[in-house]
Design a binder for this molecule. Structure first.
Ligand code: ASP
Length: 600
């Protein structure tokens, strides 16, 4: 039976007791983590969000408290009143912060009982994630998740402090709104008042933050919830939190200088210092050297173009392929990584063909391995290769004896991506990634537009409000595909932390970009008329960025799943297992909304 709190008041967190409190009478409140009965003396570990404390119930101190301790079970909620005592030398527990002391219970009140939890509430558990998510409130009681929630809170607080100091205002923008074009599917909310009409949940506050610049707010930020109805991947959630930022009269440099110190402060929360300024790479360079627009710079294995050398090497197939537009790109596996001959033979089949380029185009072998060194040179020469060209190749790549060259050959686009995956896979497999490193990077100079062959039109690489670079404006007419944007992405350890751009602030240019995206004047008006109007009332030059708060928290907490830093996340199949959302609506609700439900 649950007892009431009466007039008890907590004096200390369980996790806060230290030797300094010895002799004091304290009142603790917490959950029973463990209970051991050692011949008439009951030991309890009491847990609260700050940690654990050992409580000892001896009949000679209090018969009633001992009687109560005797009956409690795991996860019962207790109030314990007692004196803090120093533990004897042989019972000190250096593994926990309160390991020097224990509380001798004078009174134990059972504030609530608990059913046996479906899994032990402790960090090292072997239980599937479904069960954890179904009983999320128990999962969250575990110290590791408590730590993650706290870290996330500290990140959010630091973000707010930082932007406040910099003169930014946090402004809330609507959740029930009109479709915002970030390229994903919208969540729609039917209107009860206007049957057949829908609000969209914001994919980001993009248009609103730009409108705030028109409104003269000048410096805006918001820790904003965003919604994108996308198929789930390990590092995505249907709803996620973004640190959304916009400021007036900003250049690319202004944004970079604003965000770098913030990153420095956020990493400071976990005691990591970072070097500034962060390195910068153009999009083209990132793709060429790392095969990725979000390269992980914690290790080398840079990709080099070796098309000329492979063409001139004197081996068959390369000249033909390269003449047909293919490129050859290579990474060098260091000899000391000790990749076995057997592994190399399997690389092509298991990694390259099955996982990296599993489409029909790559049905034939297009990953080649070459070993550097005299013996290998002799073998190559036997096959008719030019020794001089081979030496030039090794030299260009800085390959030393017994280093292994992996050379991929394909059309440039797919090859860049494939080499990027290969680089990452080999970096991981050969343990070249320093797990203690934190490497930031700015990726700049993205193309403004990308030609979508399926839709037969240009689409924005970021979003349609991104400004072209001043020097490329003239090329919008004749070579739109070559125009670069004032856009930037921030990358940390191979994760895209966020991205943004300087925006178009000129209504005529904005209309032109909509045209280039094959949007008719009518379509542009229908979707963004209010915005195009606003641009004509004195819009200052402006730009912004959005950083993924969930991802930042995940990296700082050294977790690998976003779900471990979100209190109540959705599963990979888009459901909330605890409250069982999504769920059917009643006939009554549907009628009011003017909807008919079609069940599949
Ligand atoms: N609105 C963009 C996004 O959510 C970021 C930005 O351009 O500020 O990805």
């Amino acid at each position: 039976m649950a007892e009431t709190l009466g007039n008890l008041a907590r004096t200390h967190w369980c996790g806060a007791l230290r030797a300094a409190q010895v002799g004091e009478t304290v009142t603790l409140m917490g959950w029973v983590a463990t209970r051991r009965d050692l011949g008439g003396v009951v030991f309890l570990d009491l847990r609260d969000r700050e940690g654990f404390c050992q409580v000892v119930a001896r009949p000679e101190v209090s018969v009633a408290a001992h009687g109560a301790a005797d009956k409690v079970r795991g996860e019962f909620v207790l109030a314990v009143v007692g004196e803090v005592a120093a533990r004897s030398a042989e019972t000190l527990n250096p593994k926990i912060a309160t390991g020097e002391v224990e509380v001798l219970a004078r009174e134990i009140r059972v504030l609530n009982e608990a059913r046996t939890p479906p899994f032990p509430v402790e960090d090292e558990i072997n239980v599937n994630e479904e069960t954890r998510l179904r009983y999320r409130y128990l999962d969250l009681r575990r110290p590791r998740l408590q730590h993650n929630l706290r870290l996330r809170h500290r990140v959010a607080m630091e973000v707010r402090r930082y932007f406040d100091e910099q003169g930014f205002l946090e402004v809330e923008t609507p959740i029930l709104t009109k479709s915002t074009p970030e390229g994903a599917r919208d969540f729609l909310v039917p209107s009860r008042v206007h049957h057949g009409s829908f609000y969209a949940l914001p994919q980001s506050p993009q248009l609103f933050k730009q409108l705030l610049m028109v409104a003269g707010t000048d410096r805006y930020f918001q820790i904003a919830r965003c919604f994108r109805d996308e198929d789930q991947r390990a590092d995505r959630q249907l709803e996620f939190t973004q640190v959304d930022v916009e400021l007036s009269f900003a250049r690319v440099e202004t944004l970079i200088e604003l965000i770098e110190p913030l990153c420095e402060r956020l990493l400071g929360l976990i005691g990591v210092s970072v070097e500034r300024p962060f390195p910068r790479l153009s999009y083209a360079e990132a793709l060429a050297r790392y095969g990725s627009d979000k390269p992980d710079l914690r290790f080398g294995l840079e990709i080099s173009d070796v098309s000329d050398e492979m063409r001139e090497l004197g081996l068959q197939t390369f000249p033909e392929l390269i003449a047909a537009g293919a490129r050859a790109r290579a990474i060098v596996l260091p000899a000391e990584a000790g990749v076995s001959g057997m592994r190399l033979r399997k690389l092509n089949d298991e990694l390259w063909l099955q996982r990296i380029v599993p489409d029909a185009r790559a049905a034939k072998r297009n990953l080649f391995t070459l070993k550097a060194g005299d013996e290998a040179l002799a073998n190559l020469a036997k096959k008719g290769a030019s020794e001089a060209v081979a030496r030039r190749l090794f030299e260009k790549l800085g390959a030393r004896k017994d280093d292994v060259l992996l050379v991929g050959v394909d059309q440039p686009g797919p090859l860049a991506m494939a080499m990027g995956i290969l680089r990452l896979e080999m970096g991981r497999e050969l343990k070249l990634i320093d797990p203690a490193a934190w490497r930031f990077l700015w990726v700049l100079d993205f193309p403004l537009l990308e030609f979508d062959a399926r839709e037969g039109r240009y689409v924005s690489l970021h979003h349609p409000f991104t400004s072209p670079r001043d020097e490329d404006l003239a090329r919008l007419a004749d070579a739109p595909g070559e125009v670069l944007a004032k856009a930037y992405d921030l990358v940390l350890n191979g994760f895209e932390l966020g991205g943004g751009s300087i925006r178009i602030h000129d209504a005529a240019l904005q209309a032109r970009i909509f045209e280039l995206l094959s949007m008719s004047k009518e379509q542009a008006r229908e979707r963004f008329g209010f915005f195009l109007d606003a641009l004509q009332y004195g819009t200052p030059p402006h730009g912004g960025i959005a950083l993924g708060l969930d991802r930042i928290a995940m990296l700082l907490a050294r977790e690998t799943s976003l779900r471990d830093v979100i209190a109540f996340p959705k599963t990979a199949s888009a459901s909330d297992l605890m409250c069982e959302a999504p769920a059917a609506a009643s006939e009554e609700q549907l009628r009011e909304l003017g909807l008919l439900a079609v069940r599949r």
